[in-house]
Design a protein around this ligand. Structure first.
Ligand code: COA
Length: 176
């Protein structure tokens, strides 16, 4: 029994990167739309069934950030001209029901999310926004503007409703 315990601890650290890779490719419950290379996740980022849409920009996420259930991080957007989808006006991409470059800009709407952030269930984050470090975005919020460090943001569109620095302290035995 003791030997198993010892082996477990000895093997856990060296195997961690390998396990992370395995999880990423075989058990990943997120859904990536567009070029996976444009998704930059920091260390120890936890992702439930989140959608990352990379059509119109890159997504950068810091360390120790959590994405809960049914979150959508959406760089993608559709340009309209004079009340019509752009690709239909120009005719350039009329064969593409999805839009093509005239309609869906390939860049310019990067999303930055800091470290130690909790994106709660059902949140939608739209293209071009920056969310700071230590932020909580409450369930079902729609983030359309930048959220500064240590904010609690909620609602549609998301507004600042609190400060994570005022939340309760860790147990006294823990040094932070
Ligand atoms: C629709 C959308 C593209 C609008 O972007 P935009 O034209 O840049 O609009 P803005 O960000 O300037 O917003 C204008 C106002 O509407 C509000 N707004 C924008 N989207 C909103 C939303 N989904 N819900 C509530 N309010 C919203 C903004 O807060 C802003 O309010 P204000 O005038 O009081 O400041 C964007 O908000 C959106 O919903 N993106 C997601 C796109 C998507 O689903 N992509 C998947 C690929 S198909």
């Amino acid at each position: 029994m003791k030997i198993f315990k010892m082996l477990k601890y000895r093997l856990r650290n060296p195997l961690r990167p390998l396990m992370r890779l395995f999880k990423f490719y075989f058990y990943d419950t997120s859904y990536i739309v567009g070029d996976r290379e444009k998704l930059h996740l920091g260390n120890r980022v936890a992702v439930a069934n989140t959608i990352f849409n990379l059509s119109s920009g890159s997504i950068y996420v810091g360390d120790y950030t959590i994405f809960s259930y049914n979150v959508m991080v959406l760089t993608g957007r559709h340009n309209f001209y004079n009340g019509m989808r752009a690709s239909l006006v120009t005719g350039v991409n009329s064969q593409s029901w999805g839009g093509g470059e005239e309609e869906v800009p390939p860049s310019g709407f990067d999303i930055h999310i800091g470290s130690s952030v909790w994106i709660a269930a059902g949140v939608i984050i739209t293209g071009g926004v920056k969310i700071g470090n230590g932020v909580i975005v409450a369930a079902n919020a729609v983030v359309t503007k930048d959220i500064p460090d240590y904010s609690i943001a909620a609602g549609v569109p998301a507004k600042i409703v609190g400060d994570t620095r005022t939340l309760c302290r860790p147990p006294s035995s823990v040094n932070v």
